[in-house]
Structure formats: C-alpha cells, structure tokens
Design a protein around this ligand. Structure first.
Ligand SMILES: NC(=O)c1ccc[n+]([C@@H]2O[C@H](COP(=O)([O-])OP(=O)(O)OC[C@H]3O[C@@H](n4cnc5c(N)ncnc54)[C@H](OP(=O)(O)O)[C@@H]3O)[C@@H](O)[C@H]2O)c1
Length: 309
C-alpha cells in the first residue's frame, strides 16, 4: 500500500515507520522537519516538508500529488501534551496542532477527484476523551468527559469523522504508550534506574496503557483489514493503578520503587499538564476484543520487560 503519514516522526512514528516498511508498504512522510526520522533509510520512504497544521500545506503540488497517489493516510500529529505548563497560548497550540491539521487534511482529501481520494484514514485521539475517574470503567460507547482534554479529543475526532463520507475512518483513542525512548515511561525510566522511582501522586489513579509495539501492530492491522471501522480504545486489556505500575516497573528493572513523587512537585513543573499523570481513567478495549485483535503484550510485567529495552 502507498501511505501518507502525518505526525509520524515522533515517539510512535519511530517504531511505526520501520514496521510498515518491513510490511512492504511505500511511505510518504509529511513533516515540519526536512529530515524526519533521518536514521531510517529506505527506497520505499519519501520525505516531504511542510507544516501539516497549516491549511496551505495541502495546496502544495508535491503534497497534493502524494495525497492523490496514496491509498491510506495515518494522522498522528499533535503538539506534545505533558511537556509544558498549559498557558492559554499552549492550550491553543495543543488544540490547533491536532484539530486544524486534521481539518486541513480531510479537506484536502475531499478536494481530490473521487477516484484519487485515499480510501482509508487512520487518525489519532486519546483516552483523555473520557475525562478522568477513579471508579468508572470507560468503553467506546461511554460519553465524553467535561475537561479540556476531553473537549480537545471530541473536536479532533469530529474533524476525522468528516472523512467517513468518502473513506473508511478508524479513530484510535490511544492509552499511555509504553516504550523506552519517550512518553510517560521514557520519563520515569531514568529515575527508576537510579533507584529513586515510585508512584506518582497518591498511586490510586488508573493507568490504561498499551505497548508501542502493540499500538504499531494495531495500526498496521487496521490499515490492512477493512473490517476495522469507527472508534477503538487502543489500550491493552490490563489497566492498573499507578502504584501497581510503579511496583511492576521496579521489579522488571530490579530496583526499589518506594519513593513516591508528590503531586505538588509535578504540578509545579507542569501546571494543568500534571493532570495527565495524576488523574487517570480505566479504559477497556471492548471493540478490539470483538474485532479479534491479538495483543502480543497483554500483561503488565511482560509488557514492561519489552518496553524498557
Ligand atoms: N505517546 C502517548 O502516550 C500518547 C497517548 C495518547 C495519545 N497520543 C497521541 O498519539 C499521537 C502520536 O503520539 P507520539 O507520542 O508519537 O507524539 P510525538 O512524539 O509528540 O509526535 C507527534 C508528531 O506530531 C507532530 N507535531 C508536534 N508538534 C506539532 C505542532 N505544534 N504542529 C503540528 N504537528 C506537530 C510532529 O511531527 P513533525 O515534527 O514531523 O511535523 C510529531 O512527529 C499524538 O497525537 C498524541 O497526542 C500519544
């Protein structure tokens, strides 16, 4: 398949691109950088530079041509969520980098003659869609939460859903992605390796996770299998508390994990962004179970063993 990728130069894309290349796909990587994923060299990989969040990007002939010759599009673009304090300007960027990018992408797909439109769109979202709760269990049919991230995810998904008028749309509400070189685990690992790790906050908050390995396998499967359609919770079947997660991580690394990270320290660093790790949600991947997706990392300890190496 020829696939156009947006927002795939980051933590997830670093693993996704090699997996898709191994699968024999032809990839066009659209990025704000001139050399995204510079270490990946392949005749099957073409790079295009343009800011995908800016609507004019999609009018550039090389981008239009790449879109028109692609059978599928994968859209994971978005300013990182938990890296900075959420000032008003930063909230705006968190939203626009997802919502405007998706809107401009779908408009560009729609503007093509019908025969040239990519037939499949796989677009990102997050389990933040549901808001946070210590007691509720969220399935795909559950309603959206009422906080900033829930509103952002709703608007982001609505833009992607517009493409369902002419394409197969798969929206992945992604959980906490586990890999050694990024995301929440990437930040926790150095501290745990030094023996200073422990649960963040009160430890009771839910962590609904998926290994990066399984998320990339899921994206590849959703591309190839037309039975995938609509919204899926991209989480492994074993959500756990932060305390359980920290203890399992300590065990996998052979290090103590008893030093809790107090919530105020994180709030001082990240402001509202700390919410992402201090408050969680228990999310079930009901539709993936129905679809018969087989996780290679369904269980926490084995998942952490893979995700820390
Ligand atoms: N990692 C997780 O635990 C997790 C959990 C839930 C949801 N997600 C979502 O899954 C997607 C991929 O996650 P990730 O961890 O791979 O993210 P990431 O490493 O932060 O990369 C996201 C990509 O978005 C693009 N991007 C970053 N800032 C942007 C901006 N201001 N405007 C336009 N594009 C921008 C970048 O592409 P270029 O620099 O190449 O343009 C980058 O490759 C994101 O949308 C994220 O919100 C991730």
């Amino acid at each position: 398949m020829r696939i156009l990728l947006v927002g795939c130069s980051g933590f997830v894309g670093r693993a996704l691109v090699p997996l898709l290349l191994e699968g024999g796909h032809q990839l066009v990587l659209l990025s704000r950088s001139s050399t995204p994923l510079a270490s990946v060299q392949s005749p099957q990989l073409q790079r295009l530079q343009a800011d995908p969040a800016v609507a004019a990007t999609w009018q550039v002939p090389a981008v239009q041509e790449a879109l028109a010759s692609s059978e599928a599009v994968i859209n994971l673009a978005g300013e990182p969520i938990a890296e900075k304090r959420w000032s008003d300007a930063h909230r705006q960027l968190l939203s626009s980098s997802r919502i405007n990018t998706t809107r401009a992408l779908v408009a560009a797909m729609q503007a093509l003659p019908e025969a040239q439109r990519p037939k499949t769109l796989i677009s990102g979202s997050a389990i933040g869609y549901y808001g946070t709760s210590s007691s509720e269990r969220f399935r795909e049919a559950s309603g959206a939460g009422g906080d900033f991230l829930a509103g952002l995810c709703q608007a982001w998904e609505q833009e992607a859903q517009t493409a369902s008028a002419f394409a197969r749309v798969v929206i992945l509400r992604i959980g906490i992605v586990l890999g050694p070189d990024g995301g929440a685990l990437g930040k926790m690992l150095p501290v745990f390796r030094m023996g200073f790790g422990g649960p963040i906050g009160n430890g009771q908050q839910w962590m609904s996770w998926i290994t990066r390995h399984d998320l990339c396998r899921l994206i590849a499967e959703a591309l190839a299998n037309p039975a995938y359609q609509g919204t899926y919770n991209a989480v492994a079947p074993a959500p756990c508390s932060m305390a359980t997660f920290a203890s399992a991580l300590g065990q996998v690394l052979g290090r103590p994990s008893l030093l809790p990270v107090p919530a105020p320290i994180l709030q001082l660093l990240l402001g509202d962004g700390a919410k992402v790790v201090l408050e969680g949600q228990q999310v079930l991947s009901e539709r993936l179970q129905q679809q018969g997706f087989v996780f290679e990392d369904p269980e926490l300890s084995a998942a952490l063993a893979r995700a820390t190496t």
